[in-house]
Design a protein around this ligand. Sequence first.
Ligand SMILES: Cc1ncc(COP(=O)(O)O)c(C=O)c1O
Length: 467
Amino acid sequence: MNASPEPAVGRTQDAFYSRASIVSLPLITRAQGIRMWDEAGKEYIDASCGPMVSCLGHGNERVIEAMAAQARQLDYAFTLVARNRPNAALAGRLSRLAGPGYERVTFASGGSEAMDRTLQFARQFAVATGAPSRRAIITLEPSYHGGTIAAAAISGDQSRSPFFQGFAQVSDTVPAPMPYRRPEGMSVEEQEGASAAALERKIAELGAENVLAFVIEPIGGISRGAVVPTAGYMRAIRDICTRHGVLLIFDEIITGVGRTGPFFAMHRWPDARPDILVLAKALGGGYAPIGATLAPAGMVDRVAELTGFEFAYSYNAHPIACAAALAVLDEIEERQLLENAAHRSVQLETGLKALLGRFAFLGDLRGRGLYRAVEMVRDRKTKVMLPQEFRPTERMRNHALAQGLMVYARTTSQGRYGHWFTHAPALTTTEAECSEILSRLERALTGFEDELSAAGLLVRQAAEARS
Ligand SMILES: Cc1ncc(COP(=O)(O)O)c(C=O)c1O
Protein backbone atom coordinates (compact mmCIF):
# COMPACT_ATOMS: atom_id res chain seq x y z
CA MET A 1 0.00 0.00 0.00
CA ASN A 2 1.18 3.41 -0.79
CA ALA A 3 1.53 5.74 2.15
CA SER A 4 2.60 9.04 0.68
CA PRO A 5 4.21 11.40 3.14
CA GLU A 6 1.78 14.07 4.33
CA PRO A 7 3.10 17.58 3.80
CA ALA A 8 2.93 19.64 7.02
CA VAL A 9 1.08 22.39 5.19
CA GLY A 10 -1.87 21.86 2.82
CA ARG A 11 -2.80 18.31 3.80
CA THR A 12 -5.13 16.24 1.64
CA GLN A 13 -8.90 16.46 1.92
CA ASP A 14 -9.28 13.17 3.81
CA ALA A 15 -6.96 14.51 6.53
CA PHE A 16 -8.63 17.92 6.74
CA TYR A 17 -10.57 17.20 9.87
CA SER A 18 -11.02 13.44 10.25
CA ARG A 19 -9.65 11.71 13.26
CA ALA A 20 -6.66 9.62 12.27
CA SER A 21 -7.82 6.85 9.98
CA ILE A 22 -6.09 3.50 10.09
CA VAL A 23 -6.77 3.08 6.38
CA SER A 24 -3.84 4.10 4.28
CA LEU A 25 -5.45 5.53 1.17
CA PRO A 26 -3.53 4.90 -2.03
CA LEU A 27 -2.57 7.94 -4.09
CA ILE A 28 -4.28 7.19 -7.37
CA THR A 29 -2.83 8.63 -10.53
CA ARG A 30 -4.63 6.72 -13.29
CA ALA A 31 -7.83 4.77 -13.89
CA GLN A 32 -9.34 2.75 -16.74
CA GLY A 33 -12.45 0.61 -16.72
CA ILE A 34 -12.95 -0.82 -13.23
CA ARG A 35 -9.24 -0.50 -12.41
CA MET A 36 -7.14 2.20 -10.77
CA TRP A 37 -3.38 2.52 -10.37
CA ASP A 38 -1.44 4.26 -7.65
CA GLU A 39 1.73 6.25 -8.16
CA ALA A 40 3.89 3.16 -7.57
CA GLY A 41 2.00 1.33 -10.32
CA LYS A 42 0.02 -0.98 -8.00
CA GLU A 43 -3.33 -1.90 -9.52
CA TYR A 44 -6.68 -1.92 -7.70
CA ILE A 45 -10.16 -2.95 -8.74
CA ASP A 46 -12.76 -0.44 -7.64
CA ALA A 47 -15.48 -2.84 -6.49
CA SER A 48 -17.92 -0.18 -5.31
CA CYS A 49 -17.55 2.58 -7.95
CA GLY A 50 -16.17 4.80 -5.17
CA PRO A 51 -19.40 5.38 -3.25
CA MET A 52 -21.65 3.90 -5.99
CA VAL A 53 -20.73 6.62 -8.48
CA SER A 54 -18.58 5.35 -11.40
CA CYS A 55 -21.29 3.20 -13.00
CA LEU A 56 -19.48 2.96 -16.37
CA GLY A 57 -16.03 2.51 -14.90
CA HIS A 58 -13.30 5.01 -15.71
CA GLY A 59 -12.05 6.47 -18.97
CA ASN A 60 -15.27 6.04 -20.93
CA GLU A 61 -14.51 7.63 -24.31
CA ARG A 62 -18.08 8.48 -25.18
CA VAL A 63 -18.61 10.46 -21.98
CA ILE A 64 -15.24 12.17 -22.22
CA GLU A 65 -15.91 13.11 -25.86
CA ALA A 66 -19.39 14.41 -25.04
CA MET A 67 -17.95 16.60 -22.28
CA ALA A 68 -15.14 17.89 -24.48
CA ALA A 69 -17.52 18.64 -27.35
CA GLN A 70 -19.90 20.44 -25.00
CA ALA A 71 -17.06 22.44 -23.46
CA ARG A 72 -15.96 23.57 -26.92
CA GLN A 73 -19.46 24.52 -27.99
CA LEU A 74 -20.88 26.02 -24.80
CA ASP A 75 -18.98 25.65 -21.57
CA TYR A 76 -21.35 27.52 -19.29
CA ALA A 77 -24.70 29.26 -19.12
CA PHE A 78 -26.28 30.42 -15.87
CA THR A 79 -29.84 29.15 -15.44
CA LEU A 80 -31.25 32.50 -14.34
CA VAL A 81 -29.98 34.32 -17.40
CA ALA A 82 -30.01 31.72 -20.17
CA ARG A 83 -31.21 28.26 -21.13
CA ASN A 84 -29.05 25.48 -22.46
CA ARG A 85 -29.92 22.44 -24.56
CA PRO A 86 -28.22 19.70 -22.52
CA ASN A 87 -30.27 20.85 -19.51
CA ALA A 88 -33.54 20.55 -21.46
CA ALA A 89 -32.54 17.22 -23.04
CA LEU A 90 -31.53 15.68 -19.72
CA ALA A 91 -34.64 16.91 -17.93
CA GLY A 92 -36.83 15.41 -20.68
CA ARG A 93 -34.91 12.14 -20.66
CA LEU A 94 -35.08 11.63 -16.88
CA SER A 95 -38.70 12.61 -16.78
CA ARG A 96 -39.52 10.02 -19.46
CA LEU A 97 -37.50 7.36 -17.63
CA ALA A 98 -39.35 8.09 -14.40
CA GLY A 99 -42.79 8.02 -16.03
CA PRO A 100 -45.98 9.96 -15.26
CA GLY A 101 -45.85 12.12 -12.16
CA TYR A 102 -42.27 13.35 -12.61
CA GLU A 103 -42.57 15.95 -15.35
CA ARG A 104 -40.34 18.61 -13.81
CA VAL A 105 -36.63 18.26 -13.12
CA THR A 106 -34.20 20.60 -11.44
CA PHE A 107 -30.46 19.99 -11.25
CA ALA A 108 -27.81 20.46 -8.59
CA SER A 109 -24.14 19.63 -8.28
CA GLY A 110 -24.45 16.34 -6.40
CA GLY A 111 -26.63 14.45 -3.98
CA SER A 112 -26.36 16.62 -0.89
CA GLU A 113 -27.13 19.78 -2.81
CA ALA A 114 -30.04 18.07 -4.59
CA MET A 115 -31.45 16.98 -1.23
CA ASP A 116 -31.04 20.50 0.15
CA ARG A 117 -32.85 21.92 -2.84
CA THR A 118 -35.59 19.28 -2.55
CA LEU A 119 -36.25 20.31 1.05
CA GLN A 120 -36.37 23.98 0.06
CA PHE A 121 -38.82 23.16 -2.70
CA ALA A 122 -41.03 21.02 -0.46
CA ARG A 123 -41.12 23.75 2.16
CA GLN A 124 -41.90 26.40 -0.39
CA PHE A 125 -44.70 24.26 -1.80
CA ALA A 126 -46.24 24.05 1.69
CA VAL A 127 -45.98 27.79 2.25
CA ALA A 128 -47.23 28.67 -1.22
CA THR A 129 -50.24 26.36 -0.92
CA GLY A 130 -51.38 27.66 2.46
CA ALA A 131 -49.81 25.11 4.80
CA PRO A 132 -47.03 27.20 6.40
CA SER A 133 -47.08 25.16 9.61
CA ARG A 134 -45.75 22.13 7.74
CA ARG A 135 -42.05 22.14 8.55
CA ALA A 136 -41.20 18.89 10.36
CA ILE A 137 -39.28 16.29 8.41
CA ILE A 138 -39.40 12.64 9.45
CA THR A 139 -36.61 10.24 8.50
CA LEU A 140 -35.51 6.77 9.50
CA GLU A 141 -32.96 6.07 12.20
CA PRO A 142 -30.42 5.18 10.90
CA SER A 143 -30.30 6.95 7.55
CA TYR A 144 -28.05 9.21 5.52
CA HIS A 145 -29.16 11.99 3.22
CA GLY A 146 -26.07 14.05 2.58
CA GLY A 147 -23.49 16.44 3.88
CA THR A 148 -24.93 19.94 3.45
CA ILE A 149 -26.24 21.30 6.74
CA ALA A 150 -29.87 20.67 5.76
CA ALA A 151 -29.22 17.15 4.43
CA ALA A 152 -26.98 16.18 7.36
CA ALA A 153 -29.48 17.52 9.89
CA ILE A 154 -32.24 15.27 8.54
CA SER A 155 -29.97 12.21 8.43
CA GLY A 156 -30.90 9.73 11.16
CA ASP A 157 -27.67 9.44 13.12
CA GLN A 158 -28.06 9.83 16.87
CA SER A 159 -24.35 10.45 17.28
CA ARG A 160 -24.51 13.51 15.04
CA SER A 161 -27.82 15.13 15.85
CA PRO A 162 -26.59 17.00 19.00
CA PHE A 163 -24.33 18.98 16.68
CA PHE A 164 -27.30 20.17 14.65
CA GLN A 165 -29.80 20.79 17.50
CA GLY A 166 -30.57 24.50 17.55
CA PHE A 167 -28.41 24.98 14.50
CA ALA A 168 -30.49 23.44 11.71
CA GLN A 169 -33.82 21.75 11.13
CA VAL A 170 -33.15 18.35 12.69
CA SER A 171 -35.53 15.61 11.58
CA ASP A 172 -37.76 13.58 13.83
CA THR A 173 -36.93 9.93 13.37
CA VAL A 174 -38.66 6.57 13.50
CA PRO A 175 -36.80 3.26 13.78
CA ALA A 176 -35.84 1.85 10.39
CA PRO A 177 -36.67 -1.79 9.76
CA MET A 178 -33.38 -3.66 10.32
CA PRO A 179 -34.42 -7.22 9.50
CA TYR A 180 -31.11 -8.88 10.34
CA ARG A 181 -31.29 -7.68 13.93
CA ARG A 182 -35.03 -7.83 14.50
CA PRO A 183 -36.16 -8.84 17.96
CA GLU A 184 -36.43 -12.53 18.75
CA GLY A 185 -39.71 -14.02 17.54
CA MET A 186 -40.60 -11.04 15.35
CA SER A 187 -41.07 -11.56 11.59
CA VAL A 188 -39.67 -9.16 9.00
CA GLU A 189 -43.21 -8.01 8.23
CA GLU A 190 -43.94 -7.42 11.91
CA GLN A 191 -40.81 -5.33 12.31
CA GLU A 192 -41.72 -3.31 9.24
CA GLY A 193 -45.26 -2.98 10.55
CA ALA A 194 -43.87 -1.61 13.81
CA SER A 195 -41.78 0.91 11.89
CA ALA A 196 -44.78 2.02 9.82
CA ALA A 197 -46.90 2.28 12.98
CA ALA A 198 -44.15 4.41 14.55
CA LEU A 199 -44.36 6.73 11.54
CA GLU A 200 -48.08 7.13 12.01
CA ARG A 201 -47.64 7.76 15.74
CA LYS A 202 -44.91 10.30 15.08
CA ILE A 203 -47.15 12.19 12.65
CA ALA A 204 -49.93 12.20 15.26
CA GLU A 205 -47.53 13.35 17.98
CA LEU A 206 -46.20 16.22 15.86
CA GLY A 207 -49.65 17.03 14.46
CA ALA A 208 -50.15 16.12 10.80
CA GLU A 209 -50.62 19.82 9.99
CA ASN A 210 -46.99 20.39 11.08
CA VAL A 211 -45.37 17.58 9.10
CA LEU A 212 -43.87 18.43 5.73
CA ALA A 213 -42.30 15.21 4.51
CA PHE A 214 -41.14 11.69 5.17
CA VAL A 215 -37.77 11.18 3.48
CA ILE A 216 -36.35 7.68 2.94
CA GLU A 217 -33.76 5.78 1.00
CA PRO A 218 -36.11 3.16 -0.55
CA ILE A 219 -33.35 0.55 -0.31
CA GLY A 220 -31.13 1.25 2.68
CA GLY A 221 -27.97 3.20 1.87
CA ILE A 222 -24.64 3.19 3.62
CA SER A 223 -26.16 3.66 7.07
CA ARG A 224 -28.32 0.52 6.81
CA GLY A 225 -26.27 -1.53 4.38
CA ALA A 226 -28.63 -2.24 1.48
CA VAL A 227 -31.69 -3.32 3.49
CA VAL A 228 -34.49 -4.12 1.03
CA PRO A 229 -38.06 -3.48 2.23
CA THR A 230 -41.10 -5.60 1.37
CA ALA A 231 -43.77 -4.24 -0.97
CA GLY A 232 -46.14 -4.27 2.00
CA TYR A 233 -44.00 -1.81 3.95
CA MET A 234 -43.69 0.51 0.98
CA ARG A 235 -47.45 0.48 0.46
CA ALA A 236 -48.00 1.11 4.17
CA ILE A 237 -45.78 4.19 4.30
CA ARG A 238 -47.27 5.52 1.06
CA ASP A 239 -50.77 5.17 2.50
CA ILE A 240 -49.79 6.87 5.76
CA CYS A 241 -48.22 9.82 3.95
CA THR A 242 -51.21 10.17 1.63
CA ARG A 243 -53.68 10.03 4.50
CA HIS A 244 -51.92 12.82 6.40
CA GLY A 245 -50.93 15.02 3.46
CA VAL A 246 -47.26 14.36 4.12
CA LEU A 247 -44.93 14.39 1.11
CA LEU A 248 -43.12 11.10 0.52
CA ILE A 249 -39.61 11.80 -0.77
CA PHE A 250 -37.38 9.00 -2.09
CA ASP A 251 -33.65 9.58 -1.82
CA GLU A 252 -32.55 7.50 -4.81
CA ILE A 253 -29.10 9.03 -4.78
CA ILE A 254 -27.56 5.55 -4.48
CA THR A 255 -30.32 3.39 -5.90
CA GLY A 256 -31.12 5.41 -9.04
CA VAL A 257 -29.56 4.80 -12.47
CA GLY A 258 -29.80 1.02 -12.39
CA ARG A 259 -27.84 0.30 -9.25
CA THR A 260 -30.35 -2.13 -7.79
CA GLY A 261 -31.82 -3.54 -11.02
CA PRO A 262 -34.49 -1.25 -12.53
CA PHE A 263 -33.39 2.23 -13.59
CA PHE A 264 -35.14 3.62 -10.48
CA ALA A 265 -35.68 1.50 -7.37
CA MET A 266 -39.17 3.05 -7.10
CA HIS A 267 -40.25 1.06 -10.15
CA ARG A 268 -40.20 -2.03 -7.91
CA TRP A 269 -43.25 -0.72 -6.07
CA PRO A 270 -45.76 0.64 -8.60
CA ASP A 271 -48.34 1.36 -5.92
CA ALA A 272 -45.91 3.18 -3.62
CA ARG A 273 -44.54 5.98 -5.76
CA PRO A 274 -42.92 8.97 -4.05
CA ASP A 275 -44.12 12.53 -4.52
CA ILE A 276 -40.57 13.71 -5.12
CA LEU A 277 -37.53 11.77 -6.27
CA VAL A 278 -33.87 12.69 -5.76
CA LEU A 279 -30.97 11.36 -7.86
CA ALA A 280 -27.23 11.91 -8.08
CA LYS A 281 -24.03 9.81 -7.93
CA ALA A 282 -24.19 7.47 -10.97
CA LEU A 283 -26.10 10.06 -12.99
CA GLY A 284 -22.79 11.81 -13.66
CA GLY A 285 -20.94 8.49 -13.69
CA GLY A 286 -18.11 10.15 -11.77
CA TYR A 287 -17.32 12.29 -14.82
CA ALA A 288 -19.27 15.33 -13.67
CA PRO A 289 -20.88 16.38 -10.40
CA ILE A 290 -24.63 16.38 -10.88
CA GLY A 291 -27.79 15.67 -8.89
CA ALA A 292 -31.45 15.97 -9.81
CA THR A 293 -34.85 16.45 -8.19
CA LEU A 294 -37.91 15.14 -10.04
CA ALA A 295 -41.37 16.31 -9.11
CA PRO A 296 -44.86 16.38 -10.63
CA ALA A 297 -45.82 19.22 -12.96
CA GLY A 298 -48.84 19.88 -10.75
CA MET A 299 -46.71 20.72 -7.73
CA VAL A 300 -43.96 22.64 -9.48
CA ASP A 301 -46.26 24.67 -11.70
CA ARG A 302 -48.38 25.55 -8.68
CA VAL A 303 -45.38 26.98 -6.85
CA ALA A 304 -44.29 28.80 -10.00
CA GLU A 305 -47.74 30.32 -10.34
CA LEU A 306 -48.13 31.31 -6.68
CA THR A 307 -44.70 32.43 -5.52
CA GLY A 308 -42.04 31.28 -7.97
CA PHE A 309 -39.00 29.26 -7.03
CA GLU A 310 -35.70 30.90 -7.74
CA PHE A 311 -33.15 29.14 -5.58
CA ALA A 312 -30.37 28.80 -8.11
CA TYR A 313 -26.74 27.89 -7.71
CA SER A 314 -24.14 29.21 -10.11
CA TYR A 315 -23.31 25.72 -11.32
CA ASN A 316 -26.70 24.01 -11.46
CA ALA A 317 -27.73 22.48 -14.77
CA HIS A 318 -24.18 23.04 -15.92
CA PRO A 319 -24.07 22.22 -19.65
CA ILE A 320 -20.97 20.02 -19.37
CA ALA A 321 -22.41 18.07 -16.42
CA CYS A 322 -25.71 17.62 -18.26
CA ALA A 323 -23.87 16.51 -21.42
CA ALA A 324 -21.91 13.99 -19.35
CA ALA A 325 -25.11 12.62 -17.80
CA LEU A 326 -26.76 12.33 -21.23
CA ALA A 327 -23.78 10.34 -22.47
CA VAL A 328 -23.95 8.12 -19.36
CA LEU A 329 -27.60 7.41 -20.17
CA ASP A 330 -26.74 6.73 -23.84
CA GLU A 331 -24.11 4.21 -22.77
CA ILE A 332 -26.49 2.48 -20.38
CA GLU A 333 -29.20 2.24 -23.01
CA GLU A 334 -27.21 1.38 -26.11
CA ARG A 335 -24.89 -1.12 -24.45
CA GLN A 336 -27.85 -2.64 -22.57
CA LEU A 337 -25.97 -2.28 -19.32
CA LEU A 338 -28.97 -2.96 -17.11
CA GLU A 339 -29.20 -6.39 -18.75
CA ASN A 340 -25.48 -6.94 -18.16
CA ALA A 341 -25.88 -5.80 -14.56
CA ALA A 342 -28.71 -8.32 -14.07
CA HIS A 343 -26.36 -11.16 -15.08
CA ARG A 344 -23.52 -9.84 -12.92
CA SER A 345 -25.91 -9.44 -10.03
CA VAL A 346 -26.64 -13.18 -10.05
CA GLN A 347 -22.92 -13.95 -10.29
CA LEU A 348 -22.07 -11.54 -7.48
CA GLU A 349 -24.81 -12.85 -5.24
CA THR A 350 -23.77 -16.46 -5.82
CA GLY A 351 -20.13 -15.63 -5.11
CA LEU A 352 -20.91 -13.63 -1.98
CA LYS A 353 -23.18 -16.41 -0.69
CA ALA A 354 -20.31 -18.86 -1.11
CA LEU A 355 -18.08 -16.54 0.92
CA LEU A 356 -20.72 -16.42 3.65
CA GLY A 357 -20.51 -20.19 3.73
CA ARG A 358 -16.74 -20.04 4.03
CA PHE A 359 -16.27 -17.28 6.61
CA ALA A 360 -18.25 -17.58 9.80
CA PHE A 361 -17.69 -13.94 10.73
CA LEU A 362 -19.87 -12.92 7.78
CA GLY A 363 -23.34 -12.72 9.23
CA ASP A 364 -25.63 -11.36 6.56
CA LEU A 365 -25.81 -10.57 2.85
CA ARG A 366 -28.27 -7.94 1.67
CA GLY A 367 -29.17 -5.90 -1.37
CA ARG A 368 -30.35 -6.18 -4.93
CA GLY A 369 -28.81 -5.82 -8.34
CA LEU A 370 -25.24 -4.60 -8.18
CA TYR A 371 -25.65 -3.14 -4.72
CA ARG A 372 -24.78 -5.60 -1.99
CA ALA A 373 -23.73 -5.28 1.61
CA VAL A 374 -22.08 -7.96 3.72
CA GLU A 375 -22.38 -7.61 7.48
CA MET A 376 -19.46 -8.74 9.62
CA VAL A 377 -20.12 -10.07 13.11
CA ARG A 378 -18.19 -11.56 15.96
CA ASP A 379 -20.46 -14.56 16.24
CA ARG A 380 -22.86 -15.53 13.52
CA LYS A 381 -25.05 -17.55 15.84
CA THR A 382 -25.68 -14.78 18.35
CA LYS A 383 -25.13 -11.92 15.82
CA VAL A 384 -22.94 -10.22 18.44
CA MET A 385 -21.18 -7.31 16.75
CA LEU A 386 -17.46 -6.85 16.45
CA PRO A 387 -16.19 -4.26 18.90
CA GLN A 388 -16.24 -0.75 17.47
CA GLU A 389 -12.77 -0.04 19.02
CA PHE A 390 -11.41 -2.74 16.71
CA ARG A 391 -12.56 -0.57 13.78
CA PRO A 392 -13.72 -3.57 11.78
CA THR A 393 -14.67 -1.79 8.57
CA GLU A 394 -11.39 0.10 8.38
CA ARG A 395 -9.39 -3.07 9.00
CA MET A 396 -11.39 -4.91 6.38
CA ARG A 397 -10.66 -2.13 3.88
CA ASN A 398 -6.95 -2.40 4.60
CA HIS A 399 -7.00 -6.11 3.82
CA ALA A 400 -8.92 -5.41 0.63
CA LEU A 401 -6.43 -2.72 -0.44
CA ALA A 402 -3.55 -5.11 0.21
CA GLN A 403 -5.23 -7.48 -2.27
CA GLY A 404 -5.78 -4.71 -4.81
CA LEU A 405 -9.46 -4.26 -4.06
CA MET A 406 -11.30 -1.09 -3.13
CA VAL A 407 -14.50 -1.63 -1.18
CA TYR A 408 -16.70 1.00 0.35
CA ALA A 409 -17.29 0.51 4.02
CA ARG A 410 -18.14 3.32 6.36
CA THR A 411 -19.30 2.97 9.91
CA THR A 412 -22.25 5.22 10.67
CA SER A 413 -23.84 5.96 14.04
CA GLN A 414 -20.51 4.98 15.64
CA GLY A 415 -21.11 1.31 14.88
CA ARG A 416 -24.34 1.15 16.90
CA TYR A 417 -26.09 -0.84 14.17
CA GLY A 418 -23.21 -3.07 13.10
CA HIS A 419 -20.41 -3.21 10.54
CA TRP A 420 -20.68 -3.99 6.85
CA PHE A 421 -18.91 -3.39 3.59
CA THR A 422 -20.53 -2.87 0.20
CA HIS A 423 -19.88 -4.34 -3.19
CA ALA A 424 -21.28 -2.28 -6.03
CA PRO A 425 -19.20 -2.80 -9.16
CA ALA A 426 -19.74 -0.89 -12.40
CA LEU A 427 -22.72 -1.79 -14.58
CA THR A 428 -20.12 -2.60 -17.28
CA THR A 429 -18.42 -5.32 -15.20
CA THR A 430 -17.70 -8.46 -17.22
CA GLU A 431 -18.02 -12.03 -16.00
CA ALA A 432 -14.21 -12.37 -15.75
CA GLU A 433 -13.92 -9.09 -13.83
CA CYS A 434 -16.63 -10.15 -11.41
CA SER A 435 -14.77 -13.42 -10.75
CA GLU A 436 -11.59 -11.46 -10.14
CA ILE A 437 -13.39 -9.21 -7.65
CA LEU A 438 -14.67 -12.25 -5.79
CA SER A 439 -11.29 -13.94 -5.61
CA ARG A 440 -9.56 -10.77 -4.40
CA LEU A 441 -12.32 -10.42 -1.82
CA GLU A 442 -11.81 -13.98 -0.66
CA ARG A 443 -8.09 -13.32 -0.11
CA ALA A 444 -8.89 -10.08 1.73
CA LEU A 445 -11.35 -11.87 4.00
CA THR A 446 -8.80 -14.57 4.73
CA GLY A 447 -6.36 -11.86 5.88
CA PHE A 448 -9.08 -10.21 7.94
CA GLU A 449 -10.02 -13.54 9.51
CA ASP A 450 -6.40 -14.09 10.55
CA GLU A 451 -6.37 -10.64 12.13
CA LEU A 452 -9.62 -11.38 13.98
CA SER A 453 -8.12 -14.62 15.21
CA ALA A 454 -4.93 -12.91 16.39
CA ALA A 455 -7.05 -10.35 18.25
CA GLY A 456 -9.03 -13.14 19.94
CA LEU A 457 -12.20 -12.06 18.14
CA LEU A 458 -12.98 -15.29 16.33
CA VAL A 459 -15.31 -17.36 18.41
CA ARG A 460 -14.65 -21.10 18.57
CA GLN A 461 -17.59 -21.90 16.31
CA ALA A 462 -16.22 -19.43 13.75
CA ALA A 463 -12.71 -20.91 13.87
CA GLU A 464 -14.09 -24.41 13.37
CA ALA A 465 -16.17 -23.33 10.43
CA ARG A 466 -13.02 -22.43 8.52
CA SER A 467 -11.26 -25.77 8.79
C1 LIG B 1 -28.53 7.98 0.30
C2 LIG B 1 -27.63 9.16 0.10
N1 LIG B 1 -28.17 10.39 0.04
C3 LIG B 1 -27.40 11.47 -0.17
C4 LIG B 1 -26.03 11.37 -0.32
C5 LIG B 1 -25.21 12.59 -0.57
O1 LIG B 1 -24.80 12.61 -1.90
P1 LIG B 1 -23.47 13.35 -2.33
O2 LIG B 1 -22.34 12.62 -1.67
O3 LIG B 1 -23.44 13.24 -3.83
O4 LIG B 1 -23.55 14.75 -1.90
C6 LIG B 1 -25.43 10.12 -0.24
C7 LIG B 1 -23.98 9.97 -0.35
O5 LIG B 1 -23.40 8.97 0.01
C8 LIG B 1 -26.24 8.98 -0.02
O6 LIG B 1 -25.71 7.77 0.08
